[in-house]
Design a protein around this ligand. Structure first.
Ligand SMILES: N[C@@H](CCC(=O)N[C@@H](CS)C(=O)NCC(=O)O)C(=O)O
Length: 224
């Protein structure tokens, strides 16, 4: 399998399938397309007749070009990895929260662009606070659901699964922009950042030389 991704520093969508495959120990090759600095993504997308967006997963002759479609395909290909939880009601919750992340949290996404190097406190508008409050409610749903179960670790379904991968870029934003959600969220975020795969992504992001001025203007502090 081959995964085409964007910059490790800036591409929140790319982090999701990459992290999921790394943590689940699914073998893949990767190619980074510097989407704002050359035409490589445009050329590939024209060739494959798909939207010019990363990530893209290629498996044999199959081309899968959306993070949710990639996650569902991986869950289908590797049922033994439990990429969705086996318990039906926990799975329904995980699917709902994943879909909500896929289409929602628009203020958080636009006000706080993914930037692994971001280190700046930003103004919390009412709309941004609304997204942060909503995150706390989503985390409460999982905490309540798993309260009576034996939890393996701090991940949302008791083990790392698709829903954790989908919210990983949110953790990067909350940390980088010095935001705060809830205690449950912080425990989850600590577990996420402790993953060797997450550390590897951040290391590789820190070593990239590409800069996207607009994102850096929002995220990079001129102080500590
Ligand atoms: N719906 C897509 C969205 C992917 C997306 O927006 N990717 C951004 C990278 S962060 C992109 O490729 N942007 C390129 C562009 O818009 O030119 C998914 O979930 O995979």
């Amino acid at each position: 399998m081959h995964l085409y991704i964007g910059y490790k520093n800036y591409s929140s969508w790319s982090l999701r399938p990459w992290l999921l495959m790394q943590v689940a120990n699914i073998a893949f090759d990767e190619t980074l397309l510097p989407i704002f600095h050359d035409d490589s993504l445009k050329t590939l997308a024209e060739e494959l007749r798909i939207p010019a967006q990363v990530p893209i997963l290629i498996k044999d002759t199959q081309v899968i070009w959306d993070t949710l479609a990639i996650a569902e395909t991986l869950a289908e290909l590797y049922p033994e990895k439990n990429l969705w939880p086996t318990d039906p009601s926990l799975r329904a919750l995980a699917r709902s929260a994943t879909a909500e992340m896929h289409t929602g949290f628009t203020t958080l996404r636009s006000d706080c662009p993914m930037n692994c190097r971001a280190a700046r406190r930003i103004e919390v508008t009412d709309a941004l606070q609304g997204d942060l409050d909503r995150l706390a409610v989503v985390w409460d749903h999982f905490a309540r659901h798993t309260a009576n179960d034996t939890k393996g670790d701090a991940f949302l379904c008791g083990h790392f699964s698709i829903v954790d991968a989908f919210y990983a870029p949110v953790a990067v934003r909350i940390k980088g922009y010095r935001l705060s959600v809830s205690e449950n969220f912080s425990a989850w975020s600590d577990a996420l950042f402790a993953l060797p795969a997450m550390q590897l992504w951040l290391k590789q992001a820190s070593e990239e030389s590409w800069s996207v001025a607009h994102y850096d203007a929002i995220g990079m502090a001129d102080y500590g």
